[in-house]
Design a binder for this molecule. Structure first.
Ligand code: UDP
Length: 321
């Protein structure tokens, strides 16, 4: 099959490229290389890369016409980028998705959109179910423009399903981690591991009692493909991640232990860690009942194995031993 991946040169997109080419698909990547990197995909045979934006409707139309299905991963992501570039975030995430929806609908190509656990906002529930309310903070706190833009993407996609029977699928990803994820835009795990390998203090924001559940990228890629190949699941929203959570302070300790680092841990108040406009969520765990029932998904990779694999990757890439 011929498959288009927008944002295919990014961290998750590049793993999806690998998976699809390994089973014999021809993959076309559309990526503006804003956060994605060509080096993430240059080793993969069977991938063609177009460097352009999902905002370029002519390009999107040309590419969509010639493929069998589309994975839409292109988005502005990462807390630092979102807070510092809210216009780019809102325009890319809403207009880019609108364009991809319009063109995939024109040619009736199945479309899977990756959304995010951020859409649940600052709800104090610990475990989020797909039908839960979304509690998003006020517009002057720029962090929330990411959640709001992704929520609009979901509304629009489901509207296309309802009004035009466009085959769309939505998957909300929860803290996906693994090799090729960069810490540059704020993601915690690559930052902790890099700090530990360099013997620098691990910077834990807030009191460190907040929790997250981290899923290995290799566990979540096959389910994306399983979902888009199931016409009976069209118009459905799924959570995808790992339902085991860890306190961020414990994550820091685990990273120090597994990397055998002599680093110490520093608690950094939020107002020093982030520019104005940041609000943190205390807990965020996906309820996986729906996706388990639909495709039999269970996360496989333990946090220890994930830390080990990311450590190996960072050591090799930056020659940190
Ligand atoms: N965090 C941290 N140190 C870092 C980066 C993040 O303590 O260097 C914290 C952050 O405040 C949040 C958690 O780790 O509570 C996860 O942050 P990340 O940006 O990876 O994901 P998200 O907040 O989007 O879940």
């Amino acid at each position: 099959m011929r498959i288009l991946i927008t944002g295919g040169a990014g961290f998750i997109g590049s793993h999806l490229c690998e998976f699809l080419t390994q089973r014999g698909d021809k993959v076309i990547v559309l990526d503006d290389l804003s956060t994605g990197k060509f080096e993430n995909i240059e080793h993969i045979k069977g991938v063609e890369c177009i460097i352009d934006s999902t905002l370029n409707q002519d390009i999107v139309r040309d590419l969509v016409k010639d493929v069998d299905m589309v994975f839409h991963l292109a988005a502005t992501v990462g807390v630092n980028l979102v807070i510092n570039h809210p216009i780019q975030t809102i325009v890319n995430n809403i207009q880019g998705t609108e364009t991809v929806l319009e063109e995939t609908c024109r040619y009736r190509r199945p479309l899977l959109i990756t959304s995010t656990s951020e859409v649940y906002g600052k709800s104090t529930k610990e475990v989020f179910e797909e039908e839960d309310d979304q509690i998003i903070g006020p517009p002057h706190r720029h962090r929330w423009c990411y959640a709001a833009s992704k929520a609009i993407d979901e509304f629009l996609a489901l509207a296309y399903w309802k009004e035009k029977r466009h085959p769309v699928y939505i998957v909300r990803l929860f803290n996906i981690v693994g090799p090729r994820q960069t810490g540059q835009y704020g993601m915690v795990l690559p930052n902790f591991i890099t700090q530990a390998l360099k013997g620098e203090p691990l910077r834990v924001f807030g009191d460190g009692q907040q929790t997250r559940s981290f899923a290995y990228v290799g566990d979540i890629v096959p389910p994306l493909v399983q979902i888009i190949e199931r016409p009976d699941l069209c118009g459905t929203v799924f959570n995808l991640g790992n339902d085991k959570s860890v306190r961020i302070i414990d994550l820091a300790h685990k990273v120090i232990e597994l990397t055998k680092s002599s680093s110490i841990i520093q608690l950094i108040p939020y107002n020093e860690a982030y520019p104005e406009g940041y609000e943190d969520m205390r807990h965020r765990v996906p309820c996986l009942k729906k996706i388990r029932k639909a495709i039999g998904y269970t996360p496989q990779t333990s946090l220890e194995t994930i830390i080990q694999r990311v450590t190996d990757y960072i050591q090799k890439k930056f020659r940190l031993v």
